[in-house]
Ligand binder design. Structure first.
Ligand code: SF4
Length: 688
C-alpha cells in the first residue's frame, strides 16, 4: 500500500451518473484523483464527458463516508466491528424467517451497484432466504418502459445503440430533458442535427434546452401523450402510409389494434392535448415518410398512471411504420441511473430471474433450484411499492436496502418513512448516513465504483467493465462482499474470489448472457446483450425478427381515460426533473464542492403569467401544498414553464424534496409512482 501511494496510476472506469455509460481513464496518485480522461476507444462517448463524469468524484474521498458498521441502540447508533454487524444481521434475519416466514423479508438492490451485486442480492433473497421479494429502483422510473416493450417487441431494452440514435433521420424525444439528464447523448443528437440534417421533434411540458433546439416543439397537456401517439398512428393508417410489407412479415394482432384506435381521432387528440389538429397531422406525415425514426423517452412518459400504456403506444407507432430492426430506428427508453438496466437484467426483480426468465416458469425455476440447491417460490414476490404497503399491513418485517435513498426518492415519503419505523429489522447499506439510513437498525458501509471491480450495463444494453482505482476505504467493503458475508453467516458459502466468478455463474444460468465473459470485456471492450455463447452480441436488435415463438412482434390495443387533472383547490401542476449538475437526490454530487456552489438552493420554476397573476417576483418564497404534504422553495420566474405549471428539481439535497408532495398513485401496470401527476396549491410566504 505504501508503494501504491507514491505512484501515478491509470484505471478505466464507467461513469456512475447516468445511463449513457461513458467510460474513461481515471488518473490517481494515492487517493487523489488527478484527472478523468476519456479515450477515443470509449464505446458510448468517444472523447466526450459531461460535468458530472468529469468532476463529480469528490464524494469518494468525502469525510462523511461511513467507515464502520453501525447498530442502533435505542435512539443512537453504536459503531461496531464487521463480525458483530454481520452476525447480528444474520441472527435477526433467521429469527424473523423462523417466526414469520421467508416472505416477511424483502431486498432492494441498487441501480448504482454492479451487475454482479444485483445478481448476488437476488441470490441472497431467492436461494438463502427463499423469497422472491427483491426489486430495484427501476420501479421508480423505467419499469413502465420495460413493460411497454415486453408487450410489443419482447425485449425490455433500447432497440439499438446510441449510434443508431445519431444516425436516425428523425428523432423524437418525449418527456425527456435529454440535455441535462443524458448530456453526452444530447450532444450526439445536436451534432447530427447540425451536420447531417437530422430532424428533432421534442414533446415536453417544459421548454428546456432541447426544446429550444428542436425543429418542432410541442407541449401536450400532462398525461396525454398516449392520446396524440395513438391519433398519429390512426391517421397514418387512415392515409395508408403504414409500412405494409413490414407489418405483413413481422407483426401480429393488426386488426384488434386498428379497431382499438377508433376513438383516437385528430379532433379528440387535439382537444385533449391542446395541440392543433393540423400540427398533429404534420407530425404523422413526417413520421410516416421519414427513412428512419428513433423515439427516445424518459420519466416524463413513465412516471404517470398510464406510463406503461404510453410506452406501449410509442412501440405500436414504431411497429406500424416499420421502425424496428434497421439502422437509425427503434425505441429508446433513456435509463437514468448508470446501471438501472443491468440491475433488472441481473434478476433483482420480483418476477424474473436474471435475463428476464419468469419465476413462474417451472423449467427455469428447476434450473436455478438445481444450480443453487434450493427451493424457490413460484409466485412473484413484492415490488418496492407493495413492500411499503405490506409493512403498513404488518405483512413485512425486514427490509434490506442497498445503495438507495428510498426515504427520499420514493413517492409520498412521509408514508414511506412511517413504514421504515414499523420494521423489526431495517438494514441500509450505503456510502453515507443517508436520510434512509437514519431510520435503519443496521448500517453497513459500502465502497463506491472506483473502489471495486465489476460491470455496468448502460442504456444501450452495453456491458462494460470497471477497474479498481483505489483499495476500498478503510472499514468499507464492496457490496458483493458484504452480501457474500451475510450469505455465509446464514450457512451458504459462495466463495467468490472476484466478481468475474459471479458473472461466470450468471452467464451459465441465463441464456441472455451466455457468452458474457470478463475476457471479452477487457479494457474498453464491451458487449451488448443478448450475447450468444460464441461471444457475438447485438448492437441492433430485431434484425432477424422478434423474440417470440413465430418471431413476430405484437401490436397491443390500448384505451384511454383521463386519470389526472388539477382542480379548483389544488390548481397548479407540479412537474419535476433533474438538473445537469446533479445526480438524483444528490447524495453523491452534493459532496462535490464545485458542483454544489453552482446550484446551491432548492428552487421552484414559475411561469411569467402565473407570477404576474399572483404578484410574485424572482426570489419570492413559496410553500407548495399537496394532499400528501408540503415543500418550500425560492421562486425563479421563467419561460421554461407556462401557465399553471410549476417545476421543481428533484435534486435538492433532501431539503424540500419533491416527494413530500407526491402521493400513492401509481402506474396501473407496474406500480411505478405517478411522480409527474401532482396537483398543488401555492401559498406565498414572501413576495420577494
Ligand atoms: Fe456520466 Fe452520463 Fe455525463 Fe456520460 S453523460 S459523463 S455517463 S453523467
Amino acid at each position: 500500500a505504501a508503494m501504491r501511494e507514491e505512484v501515478i496510476q491509470k484505471e478505466k472506469t464507467v461513469c456512475t451518473y447516468c445511463g449513457v455509460g461513458c467510460s474513461f481513464d481515471v488518473w490517481t496518485k494515492g487517493r487523489e484523483i488527478l484527472k478523468v480522461e476519456p479515450s477515443a476507444e470509449s464505446p458510448a462517448n468517444g472523447i466526450s464527458t459531461c460535468i458530472k463524469g468529469k468532476f463529480g468524484w469528490d464524494y469518494v474521498n468525502s469525510e462523511e463516508r461511513l467507515q464502520k458498521p453501525l447498530i442502533r441502540r435505542g435512539d443512537h447508533f453504536e459503531e461496531v466491528e464487521w463480525d458483530e454487524a454481520i452476525a447480528h444481521v444474520a441472527d435477526r434475519m433467521t429469527e424473523i424467517k423462523e417466526e414469520k416466514g421467508a416472505d416477511h423479508l424483502a431486498f432492494i438492490s441498487s441501480s448504482k451497484a454492479t451487475n454482479e451485486e444485483s445478481y448476488v442480492m437476488q441470490k441472497l433473497a431467492r436461494q438463502v432466504i427463499g423469497t422472491n421479494n427483491v426489486d430495484n429502483c427501476s420501479r421508480y422510473c423505467q419499469a413502465p418502459a420495460t413493460k411497454g416493450l415486453f408487450r410489443t417487441v419482447g425485449y425490455g431494452g433500447d432497440s439499438g445503440s446510441i449510434d443508431d440514435i445519431a444516425a436516425s433521420k428523425l428523432v423524437l424525444t418525449i418527456g425527456s430533458n435529454t440535455a441535462e439528464s443524458h448530456p453526452v447523448l444530447a450532444s450526439r443528437i445536436k451534432r447530427s442535427q447540425k451536420l447531417f440534417g437530422q430532424k428533432l421533434f421534442v414533446f415536453d411540458l417544459r421548454k428546456h434546452e432541447m426544446a429550444k433546439r428542436a425543429d418542432r416543439f410541442y407541449q401536450p397537456k400532462t398525461g396525454t401523450d398516449l392520446v396524440w401517439l395513438s391519433a398519429v398512428a390512426k391517421y397514418i393508417l387512415d392515409q395508408g402510409w403504414e409500412d405494409k410489407s413490414f407489418l405483413e412479415e413481422w407483426v401480429n394482432d393488426f386488426d384488434a389494434y386498428r379497431e382499438s384506435l377508433e376513438p383516437f381521432t385528430m379532433a379528440y387528440a387535439s382537444e385533449l392535448t391542446g395541440i392543433p389538429e393540423q400540427e398533429l397531422k404534420d407530425v404523422a406525415k413526417e413520421i410516416a415518410h421519414s427513412e428512419s425514426v428513433a423515439i427516445c423517452w424518459a420519466m416524463g412518459v413513465t412516471q404517470h398512471m398510464l406510463g406503461s400504456d404510453t410506452s406501449t403506444a410509442i412501440s405500436n407507432l414504431l411497429l406500424i411504420t416499420g421502425n424496428y430492426g434497421k439502422p437509425g430506428t427503434g425505441a429508446y427508453p433513456l435509463r437514468g441511473h448508470n446501471n438501472v438496466q443491468g440491475c433488472s437484467d441481473f434478476g433483482s426483480m420480483p418476477n424474473f430471474f436474471p435475463g428476464y426468465e419468469a419465476t413462474s416458469d417451472d423449467d427455469v425455476r428447476a434450473r436455478y433450484e438445481k444450480a443453487w440447491d434450493a427451493t424457490i417460490p413460484k409466485e412473484p414476490g413484492m415490488d418496492n411499492h407493495e413492500m411499503i404497503e405490506a409493512i403498513h399491513n404488518d405483512e413485512l418485517s425486514m427490509m434490506y436496502v442497498m445503495g438507495e435513498d428510498t426515504g427520499v426518492v420514493d413517492s409520498n415519503i412521509n408514508y414511506v418513512t412511517a413504514a421504515f419505523e414499523k420494521l423489526d429489522l431495517f438494514i441500509v447499506q450505503d456510502l453515507f448516513l443517508t436520510k434512509t439510513a437514519e431510520y435503519a437498525d443496521v448500517v453497513l458501509p459500502a465502497s463506491p465504483s472506483l473502489e471495486k471491480e465489476g460491470t455496468f450495463t448502460n442504456t444501450e444494453r452495453r456491458i462494460q467493465r470497471l477497474y479498481q482505482s483505489f483499495e476500498p476505504l478503510k472499514g468499507t467493503k464492496p457490496d458483493w462482499q458484504i452480501i457474500q458475508l451475510i450469505a455465509k453467516e446464514l450457512g451458504r458459502d459462495w466463495n467468490y474470489q472476484h466478481p468475474s466468478e459471479i458473472m461466470h455463474e450468471a452467464a451459465g444460468l441465463a441464456p441472455l448472457f451466455a457468452g458474457v465473459h470478463y475476457d471479452r470485456l477487457e479494457g474498453y471492450k464491451s458487449l451488448q446483450w443478448p450475447v450468444a455463447e460464441d461471444g457475438s452480441d447485438q448492437p441492433l436488435l430485431f434484425t432477424e425478427g422478434f423474440p417470440f415463438e413465430d418471431k413476430k412482434a405484437k401490436l397491443y390495443p390500448l384505451t384511454y381515460e383521463l386519470m389526472y387533472d388539477t382542480d379548483e383547490e389544488y390548481d397548479l401542476h407540479v412537474n419535476n426533473g433533474r438538473l445537469l449538475e446533479h445526480f438524483h437526490e444528490g447524495n453523491m454530487t452534493y459532496k462535490s464542492e464545485g458542483i454544489r456552489r453552482k446550484t446551491p438552493n432548492a428552487f421552484v420554476e414559475v411561469s411569467q403569467e402565473l407570477a404576474k397573476e399572483r404578484g410574485i417576483e424572482e426570489g419570492a418564497e413559496v410553500k407548495l401544498i399537496s394532499e400528501s404534504g408540503e415543500a418550500t422553495g425560492t421562486v425563479t420566474v421563467t419561460d421554461r414553464v407556462r401557465g399553471n405549471e410549476l417545476f421543481l428539481p428533484l435534486n435538492d439535497n433532501g431539503k424540500s424534496a419533491i416527494n413530500y408532495l407526491t402521493d400513492n398513485r401509481v402506474d396501473k401496470d407496474t406500480d411505478t409512482p405517478a411522480y409527474k401527476e401532482i396537483a398543488v396549491k401555492m401559498k406565498v410566504l414572501k413576495k420577494k
